[in-house]
Design a protein around this ligand. Sequence first.
Ligand code: ATP
Ligand code: MG
Length: 587
Amino acid sequence: MKKTNAEQNSKKREQKAGNENMTINNCFSSGNFIQDIIAEDLKNGKNDGRVHTRFPPEPNGYLHIGHAKSICLNFGLAAANGGLCNLRFDDTNPSKEDVEYVESIKRDVRWLGFDWEERLYYASDYFEQLYEYAVKLVKEGKAYVCDLSPEEIREYRGTLTEPGKESPYRNRSVEENLRLLEQMRAGEFEEGSCVLRAKIDMASPNLNMRDPVLYRILRVPHHRTGDKWCIYPMYDFAHPLSDAIEGITHSICTLEFADHRPLYDWLIDAVNPDCRPQQIEFARLNLSYTVLSKRKLRQLVEEGCVSGWDDPRMPTISGLRRRGYTPEAIRNFCDRIGVAKRNSIVAIELLEHCVREDLNRRAPRVMAVLRPLKIIIDNYPEDEVEWLSIDNNPEDPNMGSRRIPFSRELYIEQEDFMENPPKKFFRLAPGREVRLKGAYIIKCEQVIKDEESGEIIELHCTYDPNSRSGGPTSGRKVKGTLHWVSASHALKAEVRLYDHLFIKENPEDEEEGSDFKKYLNPKSLEKLTGCMVEPGMEGALPEERYQFLRQGYFCVDKDSTETKLVFNRIVSLRDTWAKIQKKARDS
Ligand code: ATP
Ligand code: MG
């Protein structure tokens, strides 16, 4: 066990239970079955009262919202129990891994609000120690070098209904195995010519126990160890033993590893380290209308279906961040979905609900017109500009107010006008009145159209000078209130509207031989280039978030420049989560 654990743990426990809980308590406010196991272990004095978890990503892609669940759980459980959580890269397959991924993972974990302090580890740090464990297994007759080809190994393994067949190399002597393992390490054999296997039980009902491969030859340089190694440990070998080396007490993973648990325990027993971590499985997060698999997400990036790992439609942490999600919203989401032992699909509307709830409190309100329609107020003085005061957030008076210009020529939203409206249309129409938010009541007097196309070019209106918000007849009621911007003051902006990345609720539920990509939503991105926003937004910086009145929550994109503002719509204002919950309850 590393020196890190025991003393460090107790020293930091009191301090952490107080401090760190503050920042992450919303990741772990509700109890769950893993917390129950830990509480029981603490009560029984197991692991000397230590709680030590880890988040073990493989650096072969960017993290997604499913990983966020695992991060919140591992760091959250540690914090809630006065324990520690490591960040460990499971970098045992150099052919798929890259430093770009390592850096992005660190950035994402930090952004989510978690701190591994000095406990940043790599499975590759343990290659020498792991090799020594392999030698120990060989010496005790628990592992052997096998020359069967990968295909033969598969054939010999048998099936769920048929037992496997023993490899003809299974009974090599310890001396021969030791020599061969050394030669493997020394690079004397071709890739694929032999492997090191555990000697367990070819008749086991659990396929993972039928002499699993522990080491294979890979002539691929590693992003950290370079050319030092040409044999690499398999995940199933490296993972439990890395846990043991780090003194992990509770090794939390997803359900598909339940069948690997006997092997996990077998290896820990065989190596007999000081620390005996316990593997606990929970249901992975699945989210509707998206895929959560690094392999599939990588495919979308590599085949150009999205603009990159941080495309705002991607369920990656970096995509959600660029889109405008807050770490608080994501942590709150992870808290609300809870921890279960059965797989299910969580409605993406819950994630959207969480960010709405957070931004409703925090995001300043501004006016932006996405599809502008010009109106001219004929009875308003030509060169006059009034600076009207508007609240930044009616939910929070502390956020103060700002002044916005009102003038004779304005833009309103095209969809807020109808020439021949149905009865329930409470917006602008010929002869009808509406209030302009924070300003005056106006009345539509005349519609100007293009003679040839018949398209509406502009509206001529009149205003009621006494109706100004706060003015003599400001209480006069009209049915609708519209957002607007002053035409000569507004800044032009590009706004990107997003819809679900896939049209199918579960795109991974594929017919035999079909491709999940065929369910990609062709309308997942709509770019509006002629939007008009109020002048106060000049100089808005990437990751700043706003509520555009009546439109939704928006975030300045990294493509934004001093001369051209670019916004992402995070979510619209329409919250369908309650409806979905009700539907689920009723069915
Ligand atoms: P993917 O299938 O997306 O590649 P993975 O499990 O291969 O995921 P890892 O980097 O190995 O990715 O995962 C790191 C940790 O995150 C593991 O403990 C894994 O169990 C957990 N994890 C991965 N996906 C999910 C998910 N959808 N929900 C919850 N936890 C997850
Ligand atoms: Mg994995």
